[in-house]
Design a protein around this ligand. Structure first.
Ligand SMILES: N[C@@H](CCC(=O)N[C@@H](CS)C(=O)NCC(=O)O)C(=O)O
Length: 224
């Protein structure tokens, strides 16, 4: 089994950490997305969308971080993807929510509009409005995660134990650290992220966040 990944990628880091935490035997190949390797003919055969991650399990190709996490967890019988129908559906629900509402508003709306050129409007006034709109949408969904999903003393996003929803979500929440987010108004999120960061494989799987932060250091960013 082979994972095509890049260590800075928001959607690869959760899989890299899950593989490490579960001790899975998965070969990993870095696709240099900073140099455009994802658009080369060789990688297009792996993922025609030219994005990482992608998995190849004995000629079964799979793209999409959420699907890859589910596949690896199911195949390895991981407790992080419970078998009980309601518990599993709760995990699926959280994964969908994180991957759509939350990633769109926080990742694409607030973070990427400030540090990734393809997502920035070029007109300065329009860009400012774009970031403020991202901020307001991000705040809306951060409040849901903080007050509802992680409210009432919840330790993890989808029940009493860590699940693959926590892996995916922590990859996305932590990309906020690239622009200096501290989540000070969202203490339940900050504490949950600290729990994820205390896990032994966090730094090895997510260390590239600091590298990315160094690359984009300088401007004052709009943060939460
Ligand atoms: N929905 C996809 C998103 C994958 C994605 O956006 N990957 C980014 C890295 S986080 C990428 O490969 N970017 C390269 C590019 O846009 O050229 C997933 O969850 O796997």
């Amino acid at each position: 089994m082979k994972l095509y990944q890049h260590p800075m990628s928001t959607t690869c880091r959760p899989i890299i950490m899950f593989i490490a935490d579960e001790g899975l035997d998965v070969e990993q190949q870095v696709v240099d997305i900073l140099a455009g390797e994802q658009y080369g003919d060789a990688y297009k055969l792996v993922n025609p969308s030219c994005l990482v991650p992608a998995l190849d399990d004995d000629d079964f190709p799979l793209i999409e971080s959420s699907a890859i996490l589910k596949y690896l967890a199911e195949k390895s019988g991981s407790k992080a993807y419970p078998k009980d129908i309601r518990a599993r559906t709760r995990v699926n629900e959280r994964l969908d929510w994180v991957n759509t509402n939350f990633y769109r508003s926080f990742g694409y709306g607030l973070v990427y509009t400030q540090i990734l050129d393809p997502y920035k409007l070029t007109d300065a006034a329009a860009h400012k409005a774009q970031v403020l709109m991202g901020l307001s949408q991000a705040q809306r969904f951060l409040a849901v995660m903080n007050d509802h999903m992680l409210g009432n003393g919840a330790t993890w996003l989808a029940g009493d134990d860590i699940t693959i929803a926590d892996y995916l979500a922590s990859g996305i929440v932590s990309v906020g650290e690239v622009i200096g987010c501290t989540f000070k108004d969202y203490p339940n999120i900050a504490n949950w992220l600290a729990r994820m960061k205390a896990r032994p494989n966090w730094q090895a799987a997510n260390g590239a966040i600091q590298q990315w932060a160094e690359f984009v250091k300088g401007p004052t960013y709009v943060t939460v």
